[in-house]
Write a protein that binds this ligand. Structure first.
Ligand code: G1P
Ligand code: MG
Length: 221
């Protein structure tokens, strides 16, 4: 019987649908550099930090740029992204997320955010969820971005829990890889085929609750 003592949530694409705004902003940058960039290409950026995401796009265009140009490009991308997410509110929280987190808190389960984004705190505050989390680990606290497990290891430390007692909720291939290599139970949220490296996959969190989570985790035992 697997004991769940903590849950670590990715933000973009799990808690809130910001993935579409990242795509719009990265696509604008790619177009400026005349690099073709599709939503399929964007899948590979999910879960990666800002610089790693930019490097992926530059690879697609076989382009090498100096670090000042890269900084400028990332600044522009982020300004556009911040404009797109500025109007986000609690209405943009994905279905099932609030109910699940509230239930976990009532049950005394530790709840932590594990995101590669450096904008995580701003977004959590905009959607009114910041205070629900026992800890927030984001891109500002990381040396290595996903697929490195650092983000989730740091989260488990804040919760004072062992990774083997924690479930990670992830919508990105890189995030699932990070969870697996850190010794967590990786619950993919999204497409089964895309996230086939996860321990289990659900299409979304709309019907998720703690007893269902226990069932899923123990089914895999
Ligand atoms: C970063 C990346 C983005 C990636 C996201 C994952 O966000 O820019 O490509 O999908 O993390 O959460 P940023 O720090 O720019 O908000
Ligand atoms: Mg994500």
């Amino acid at each position: 019987m697997y004991t769940i003592k903590g849950c670590l949530f990715d933000m973009d694409g799990v808690i809130v649908d910001t993935a579409k705004h990242h795509f719009t902003a990265w696509k604008a940058l790619a177009e400026e550099l005349s690099i073709p960039f599709t939503s399929k290409d964007n899948e590979a950026l999910k879960g990666l930090g800002r610089l790693d995401s930019l490097e992926k796009i530059l690879q697609l265009g076989n382009l090498e740029l100096n670090s000042n140009t890269k900084l400028k490009l990332m600044e522009n991308k982020n300004s556009l992204y911040l404009e797109l997410v500025r109007s986000m509110s609690e209405e943009d929280i994905l279905p099932g997320v609030c109910g699940l987190i509230e239930e976990l808190k009532v049950k005394g389960i530790g709840v932590c955010l594990g995101s590669s984004s450096r904008n995580a705190s701003i977004i959590l505050k905009n959607i009114g969820l910041f205070n629900l989390f026992d800890g927030v680990v984001d891109g500002n606290h990381l040396t290595f971005s996903k697929p490195d497990p650092e983000v989730f290891i740091k989260g488990a430390k804040i919760l004072e829990l062992s990774p083997s007692n924690c479930v990670v909720f992830e919508d990105a291939v890189a995030g699932v890889e990070a969870a697996k290599s850190g010794g967590f139970f990786a619950l993919g949220v999204g497409d089964h085929k895309e996230l086939d490296n996860a321990d289990a996959v659900v299409s979304d969190l709309s019907k998720m609750n703690f007893s269902k989570l226990l069932e899923i985790v123990n089914r895999n035992d």
